[in-house]
Design a protein around this ligand. Structure first.
Ligand code: OOG
Ligand code: NI
Length: 468
């Protein structure tokens, strides 16, 4: 019997979910095929440079999933399941205020946090919890009904939770237990064939289609599973050429002639899926729901808080110019102009200005040319400028609230309803940590730690202070 460490369990979990979801949503399989072709062609065009933001093996296998749960209790349970795959909560996203329409959820993402673990398999799941206690969306009676409905269901059977705890504790499982864990964990995210209570579903849908997708059914399911591409513009064009209509624009940064930062995403609209309903007269019959969609992403360099401020200002500036009627209303064109005016054009410049995260390695040849030694008081900046310290980008492993809201929103046919005269309930990263039962990491701390570790190695090698 071979012992399966967490990363192997994670890699298999991602594969299992992918094949299950591909059977449920055939268009996803098309998306994966087109993504693979885009990546192969990109690699052929760009050679070794293509792999600066991750090896082709990692990128080809890379997925993020999105799931939605209904209560703090369910969130705590799903956190236990993900811990069995070495996936831990990172980042807090409040989509209630990020979206114009009614999106009553708060979210985190479960993912590996160590660079080596990310390199082995970076599977991550954006996980949203219904803010069922927020009176802007749900009145007292609906809150009560939601609590009862969600409280009465079991998303994750005891056997799954026990095996998950065992895996997390031991850092893996023996083969037979591993197989059982994978079977139960995958099944927990399968689209249910249970009849959907039509009246209840519609009642929630009037508030928000997201609320009905979460609280209107007896189980949870994968909402989408997202492959990563190295050229999202190429992907977009190829999908449209195949007759698959994508949302109007790619979310996040524009395509431009400089470093890609953060995350660019796009999706195709939710497709009608057959579901069984139980109607008010007691009859059971077929119907359809449109909640699951296909999404694809391209990842760029992680930004420091200073870089993120600049990004936010550039987004605001893009909004301002668009509102003023510039660029014929085409966001990406306006954004590209703003990017060209404000964002450094090279990774080296991003590094020197402290706008993005990098790991630094020593160029031994450059050191030899410099006489094998550097001044002990040298600043890191000087070494970067002289080409002795070579920055390698740290890829952004997280999400963008505005894009997430845009993705949610582009798939809602209805605005839903919300009463902004009411005060919303308070959620933040501390509250989320309490809910999931472990500290939700701040993504910047993780990137900073990785960058610092590389600088420490340089310091030791060069016996220099390398002030930053
Ligand atoms: C999650 C939407 C957010 C992303 O990639 O930003 C997301 C959802 O629809 O449940 O997945
Ligand atoms: Ni997504």
């Amino acid at each position: 019997m071979t012992f399966q460490p967490l990363w192997q369990l994670r890699a298999q979990f991602a594969l299992r979910l992918s094949s299950m979801y591909g059977q449920e949503v055939p268009a996803y399989t098309t998306l994966v095929e087109v993504s693979a072709a885009v990546n192969e062609d990109f690699l052929a065009r760009n050679g070794a440079d293509a792999q600066r933001l991750g090896s082709i093996d990692r990128v080809t296998a890379e997925r993020h999933g999105a799931i939605r749960v209904g209560s703090a209790e369910e969130m705590a349970q799903v956190a236990r399941v993900f811990a069995a795959f070495g996936m831990y909560p990172v980042g807090f996203y409040d989509l209630r205020d990020a979206a114009k329409s009614s999106v009553p959820v708060v979210s985190t993402a479960f993912r590996p946090t160590d660079p080596e673990e990310l390199a082995k398999n970076p599977f991550r799941v954006f996980t949203s919890m219904l803010a069922a206690d927020d009176p802007r969306f749900f009145d007292a009676q609906l809150q009560q009904q939601l609590q009862e409905f969600i409280g009465a269901r079991t998303l994750f059977p005891e056997e799954l939770l026990a095996l998950a705890d065992q895996a997390a504790e031991a850092g893996g499982l023996e083969e037979a237990n591993a197989a059982r864990l994978l079977e139960l964990a995958t099944a927990a995210f399968k689209l249910s064939e249970d009849p959907v209570d039509h009246a209840w579903y519609q009642k929630l849908e009037a508030v928000s289609a997201v609320a009905s997708d979460i609280g209107g059914v007896s189980t949870t399911h994968i909402n989408h599973l997202t492959p990563r591409v190295l050229d999202i513009d190429d992907l977009y064009a190829r999908m449209e050429a195949r007759g698959i209509t994508m949302i109007d624009e790619i979310q996040g940064p524009p395509r431009w002639d400089g470093p890609d930062v953060l995350l660019r995403q796009t999706s195709f609209r939710a497709l009608a899926e057959d579901r069984i309903f139980r109607f008010e007269d007691g009859t059971v019959g077929p119907g359809a729901l449109r909640v699951r969609f296909g999404e694809v992403e391209q990842r760029g360099i992680a930004l420091t808080p200073a870089g993120r401020d600049l990004y936010d200002r550039m987004v605001a500036e893009t909004d301002r110019r668009l509102a003023a009627g510039e660029g014929n209303g085409v966001r990406v064109d306006v954004a590209r102009t703003v990017w060209e005016e404000h964002l450094p054009r090279t990774e080296k410049e991003l590094a020197l200005q402290g706008l993005a995260y990098f790991t630094y390695t020593l160029d031994e040849d450059a050191l030899a040319r410099a006489g094998h030694t550097v001044d002990p008081d040298t600043a890191l900046e000087t070494l970067i400028e002289a080409g002795l310290a070579v920055p390698a980008p740290i890829v952004y492993e997280d999400f963008l609230p505005r894009s997430a809201a845009g993705i949610f929103q582009s798939n809602l046919t209805d605005e839903g309803s919300r009463d902004d005269a009411q005060a919303g309930t308070d959620y933040d990263i501390t509250v989320m940590s309490r809910i999931v039962g472990r500290t939700v990491a701040d993504p910047n701390d993780l990137y900073q730690r990785q960058q610092d570790a590389s600088i420490t190695r340089l310091r030791e090698k060069l016996s220099a202070t390398l002030t930053v």
